[in-house]
Design a protein around this ligand. Sequence first.
Ligand SMILES: [Ca+2]
Length: 115
Amino acid sequence: MRVTRLALTLGLTTLASLAIALPPMVKDFETAYGVKKGSSLNKLGCAVCHVGKTTKLNPYGVDLKKALSAAKTKQLTPEILKSVEEMDSDKDGATNIAEIKADTNPGDAKSRPKK
Ligand SMILES: [Ca+2]
């Protein structure tokens, strides 16, 4: 009986942690760039590539999607991310990698590194 209860508790705990887990692409992005907890990029989460909380892609998301399609993969690898680093997806004058390093949103022209 005790073992059953423990197994049930563990099962529910696992389910709960899965439910709040970040979508894989956010995790891939954060891992690749070492995004720190509490940073702007960390707080943006899905909005690094999407418009707010919608499924619509922002310009950076569109460029990443193109790179994924070109590589015929759905896995957001460090190589895919690197392939769009020198682009300025949101056309604000700062490259995507400069924005990521400055903790600004590469997909939002209103968010850019201070000069
Ligand atoms: Ca930019």
